[in-house]
Structure formats: C-alpha cells, structure tokens
Write a protein that binds this ligand. Structure first.
Ligand code: ASP
Length: 314
C-alpha cells in the first residue's frame, strides 16, 4: 500500500539555524522550517513533526534510536508514502546509515540538511527539502532504503560520506557516485542498491572507535581490551591495515569475546589485499578480527552496535 502522505521529521542542524548576532543556533522547526516547500508539490500531503532542534553532534545514541523508532512507526502507517528527515550535516551520514541498516520497509526514507543558515546568502535548505520531497514522491524511490538528497543528487546511505567542511556540494559517494540525479524537476536513477539489513531491537552502546596513524602505539587499544568492552572498531590505514604491535591486542580481544572490526582508512575503499605481512588483512582475520567490507569506520561502528544489539548483548 502506498499512501500519499509524506512525514517530514525535523531534528535541527544548520538547515534550522539563524544567526541573531551571537552565532548561529537551531531555531526553525516544523512548518516554520518547511516554508514554501509545503505548497510546491501538490501530489503529496505533508505532515511535519518536530523531533528535536539540535546541532547534530548533540544527538545521543538514545535519541538516534528514538528517531529510528519514530521513522519505523510512520513507515508502518498505510497512509504514509515515505519519510523526510532534516538533520545537521555533521552526523547526517551516520543517521541515514543506521536507518538504512535497521529499517526493512520498501518505502523511501530521505535525509537532507543545509550547509548555510537561513541568515546567509544562498541558504540551501529549502531547495534540498524540496528535492527530498520530490524523491519520496517518486514511485521508483521504493526499495532503495534510506537516501541522502543534497544539491540535486541522490546518494545511497551505505556509500555516502561528507567530503567537505563548508561546501554545499559536500555529500559524495567515493566508490560508486550518486544513485540518481535530479535535473530540475525530473529524477533520473542510475543504479539501485542491494539492501543490507540487520534485524535489531536495540544498539549495543559499548562499542569504541579507534584510529591508526603512522607509528601509533596500541595504548588506547590495550585499555579497551583490559576493560573487556563489547566491541572495538579500528580505522586502519589504506585497505584496513594496522601496525604489527596492535596484533597481539587484537588477538587477546577476540579470544576474550570482544568483537574487533577493522575498517579502511581512505575516502572510498574495500577490504581486500594480497599482503602477507603482519597488520595486513590476512593477519587481522587470523587474529579473529572482521574486516569492514566497503564501510568506513563510523558506519562500521553502527553496524557492529546493531549486530551486537541483535545478539542480545545490549
Ligand atoms: N554543525 C551543523 C550540524 O551538524 C552542521 C550542519 O548542519 O551543516 O548540526
């Protein structure tokens, strides 16, 4: 069943911000944020819901899961065609990925935002909201999971990354490019995704993220292993590689039941190499680690939180 109502959930971010002299803060929400977008697409009936009004780095994991539950409840409603979420761009990709990973509905979910506040020239919020609504209204948007719509591009949540700190054209999918483009009012789809879905009722919060750089000693890793945390995600260098001094700690972690995932350290990438040296893919797998195939470290962290949550450790 495909209703014609679209729910827009506002959460804050630059798209909701105005600067009244003391620095930009989120103030707009609900109908006030949607502005004219609400009247421009007569084929969809808009319903707005103010979930939060926060810079995205203020969102907690608990709030993120509550948002996931709200989106899931709306998608289960027969009258709802899809959901648009307005969000701060700093953690937008993580929210989009979590929704994509844990909501199995064929209905489209689109996350969007803005890089300029409503007080700046060239505010991009209304254009992005309008294109997000256009995508949700499109019949071919179904079965594509959660998408990020920004600057007339449609990105799959699984592949997209924020690539620039200030440019409005910040969202990029380094491995595969955008899944579709919006040319004015016309949507052209390029390819589709095979969904990767984890059935999970909660996230395991005790998962920690570490980054490798040249010559990094495994001090933080050893502390986490000694704490017997539930999971550790390591952003390696290149295609999932770590210094050899990290291997004994990874071995010890996996032997005691701490899940260890190693992600690539490049903008795009995939876990695959033919190296035989300590710290490369083969040795990590032998030490009991899992390689995050095609996911960057932040996404790999959410996936591990979901799989450990699914296993009931949360
Ligand atoms: N600092 C903002 C946020 O993530 C950035 C943005 O929305 O573009 O909330």
């Amino acid at each position: 069943m495909n209703g014609n109502s679209v729910v827009v959930i506002t959460t804050g971010g630059t798209i909701a911000m105005r600067d009244d002299g003391a620095g930009a803060v989120p103030v707009l929400e609900g109908e006030g944020l949607l502005g004219e977008s609400a009247n421009r697409l007569p084929e969809v009936a808009l319903q707005s819901e103010a979930f939060a009004n926060l810079p995205s780095v203020h969102l907690t994991l608990t709030q993120l899961w509550q948002l996931r539950q709200r989106v899931g409840a709306h998608l289960a409603d027969e009258a709802v065609r899809g959901v648009v979420i307005t969000h701060g761009t700093d953690t937008l990709v993580e929210t989009a990925f979590l929704l994509d990973l844990t909501l199995a509905s064929p209905k489209p979910v689109v996350v969007t935002g803005a890089m300029r506040t409503v007080s700046e020239a060239g505010y991009d919020g209304h254009a992005n909201i309008q294109q997000a609504l256009r995508v949700v209204a499109d019949d071919e948007a179904r079965h594509r999971g959660t998408m990020v719509v920004f600057t007339d591009e449609i990105h799959a949540a699984r592949y997209v990354t924020k690539s620039q700190s200030h440019s409005p054209a910040t969202f990029r999918s380094p491995n595969w490019g955008p899944m579709g483009r919006i040319f004015g009012t016309e949507i052209v789809w390029g390819w589709t995704v095979t969904r990767d879905w984890v059935e999970c009722e909660q996230l395991e919060p005790d998962v920690h993220l570490l980054m490798v750089a040249t010559g990094t000693e495994p001090l933080l890793l050893s502390m986490l292993v000694e704490q017997r945390v539930a999971g550790i995600v390591i952003e390696g260098v290149g295609a999932n590689r770590v210094p050899p001094s990290w291997l004994p700690w990874i071995r010890r972690a996996t032997a005691q039941g701490t899940a260890v995932v190693v992600a690539h350290g490049t903008a795009g990438g995939h876990a695959s190499d033919g190296y035989g040296y300590a710290g490369a893919a083969r040795s990590l797998v032998e030490a009991g680690a899992t390689l995050a195939r095609g996911l960057d470290a932040r996404k790999a962290r959410l996936r591990l939180m979901a799989t450990l949550g699914q296993a009931g450790r949360g």
